[in-house]
Structures are given as C-alpha cells and as structure tokens.
Design a binder for this molecule. Sequence first.
Ligand SMILES: [Zn+2]
Length: 121
Amino acid sequence: MTGYNCLWIKRKFVELRESFGGKCQIPNCGSIEKLEFAHIKDTELMGRGRGRFERYYDIIHHRDCYALLCQECHHKFDKGDIDLQGNNLDAENEKFWNEAFSINGNKIIRATEGGENPAQN
Ligand SMILES: [Zn+2]
C-alpha cells in the first residue's frame, strides 16, 4: 500500500468511526479510546481477505453487521462475556450456577466474599 493510500484509508476509518458515533457502543462503557469494529453478524469477509480496504468496504456495505467497540468490550464481546446492551453474561451465569447449587436454599458463599466461612457454622 502506498503512503497516500494508507493515509486515505486512515482518514476513511476516522470518518466511519464518527458515523458510528465515535465511541464504544456498549451503553455503560462509551469509551472513546482504542476503538475497533467488531463483527456482530457474519459477512463474507469472515476468515479471508481481511485487508484494510476490504474491511472498510465490508463495513460501509454491511453496517448492521458491525458495532464500534473499544478494545476491552470487543474482547469481552468475542468471548461471550457481555452482549451489545452491556449485560454482563458472566454475572448472569454466576447467578444461575449459584442458584442451581444452593443447598437447602442457602447460597454457597465463597470464602473470599464474606467474612464468614460457611464451613465453620
Ligand atoms: Zn467499551
């Protein structure tokens, strides 16, 4: 890629970022740092031909397949820890497992959480 094209695509990405609101789209985050485009639906671009021009073209033609996320949220989203509304799926899972494994209605309390160690009762 020539220097000129490189600058051009950089500028285009800035424009594109602004058109997505210029900040992380997770409602309770909204970071303006380390923003990245995350795939939220599959496009033909998945897996192959992921150069910057191809990616730029893909985003403007499939806007609804992308979200603008900060690096941290992108990572969490890809891991399945949060959804696009910012719901913490990890916490949901933990709640589910805590309830599933409660003994006689008592929550299992990890030793690190409260002062009391349930094993001493
Ligand atoms: Zn974020």
